[in-house]
Design a binder for this molecule. Structure first.
Ligand SMILES: NC(=O)c1ccc[n+]([C@@H]2O[C@H](COP(=O)([O-])OP(=O)(O)OC[C@H]3O[C@@H](n4cnc5c(N)ncnc54)[C@H](OP(=O)(O)O)[C@@H]3O)[C@@H](O)[C@H]2O)c1
Length: 294
């Protein structure tokens, strides 16, 4: 048996954990796997994975231990009974959770002499292994730099900083962006669909518009950081007048208007706070001060 291959352990073989382990196997890693329900390891073992009989055996097998289970309760349920085996290991936790849970897990790992890196996977299982897909990391920079080659196997690793909760915080922030964008697209799709325009006709135009919107975000980012919102492109007052056209068009076609009404109310609160002639970036003031103008 070859012993010169890099070693990795994957704990948790649900949809995502199996995808992670499978990519490591394809890239030549000596991959040890463990899952609560042992049957999920079978396909991976057929592909060359080494099945661990216990979590302890799994952790002992590799310097890098990647965990991807449902949540932190599951993670602690697996690792709390075997903390002694964590000493000297790098634990990369790709299970989703809150920033606070990541902070606690980092302190817990440190107390057991393990290096802790928290991670967020910005793709679904079929995207694992693609260099286009981002994996966000925060926590131990030593663990990140030491294991960067292995992390690059999974996707494009982005290190966000030493505060362990940052990856989780970015994760939820980006999911919020995704849901808002997808719901905005679906609202528009329903609107034009009322005139028999297929989604497949609307979507290329919508995607091209998103590229322009990405440019607006880049412009507005420095305004947000500076706390100054010159209304030199389109003011909040203009946006309020314009969103009324959307609300009218949707109402006339029987389309739900909850989303545009929500957006309009944030704009109106921004205006009430004195930002009628500021740029749209000033809406952040209403988001940061939700009680103002209500
Ligand atoms: N799927 C995605 O697209 C995606 C994307 C980004 C992030 N994630 C995150 O990745 C993590 C795993 O997601 P998934 O899609 O792989 O979910 P999944 O297919 O439902 O797998 C869940 C995994 O957690 C294990 N587990 C659950 N409760 C457990 C417990 N009490 N003790 C021990 N093991 C337990 C399961 O073991 P059993 O097989 O024994 O039940 C299984 O290995 C989640 O935190 C998810 O938010 C997923």
């Amino acid at each position: 048996m070859r012993t010169d291959r890099p070693k990795v352990t994957v704990i948790g073989l649900g949809s995502m954990g199996s995808a992670l382990a499978s990519v490591f196997l394809r890239r030549g890693y000596e991959t040890t796997v463990w899952n609560r329900s042992a049957d999920k390891a079978r396909t991976l073992v057929d592909q060359g994975a080494r099945p661990a009989a216990t979590p302890e055996e799994a952790v002992a097998a590799s310097p890098l231990v990647i965990a991807c289970v449902l949540d932190y309760e599951a993670l602690h349920g697996i690792l709390d009974p075997i903390t002694a085996s964590l000493a000297g290991k790098s634990l990369v936790n790709l299970s989703s959770g809150s920033p606070e849970q990541a902070d606690e897990a980092a302190a817990w790992a440190r107390s057991h002499a393990a290096d802790y890196l928290d991670g967020a996977i910005m793709t679904t299982p079929p995207g694992v292994g693609s260099p286009e897909m981002m994996f966000l990391y925060s926590g131990s920079q030593t663990a990140f730099e030491t294991h960067r080659p292995a992390l690059e196997v999974l996707g494009d690793p982005q290190y966000l900083g030493s505060a362990p909760g940052l990856a989780s915080l970015y994760d939820v922030a980006l999911l919020g962006l995704m849901w808002s964008t997808m719901t905005g697209w679906l609202h528009g799709t329903a609107l034009v669909g009322a005139e028999k325009v297929p989604a497949t006709a609307f979507t290329p135009i919508a995607v091209r518009w998103l590229t322009a919107v990405a440019g607006f975000l880049t412009t507005y980012a420095s305004q947000v950081d500076d706390g100054r919102y010159p209304g030199d492109d389109a003011t909040v007052d203009v946006q309020i007048a314009t969103i009324d056209h959307l609300i009218h068009a949707a109402e006339a076609r029987g389309i739900d208007n909850a989303l545009p009404e929500l957006l309009k109310s944030a704009m109106e609160r921004t205006k009430a706070a004195g930002h009628g002639s500021s740029s749209y970036a000033s809406v952040i003031e209403a988001l940061r001060n939700p009680a103002d103008g209500r």
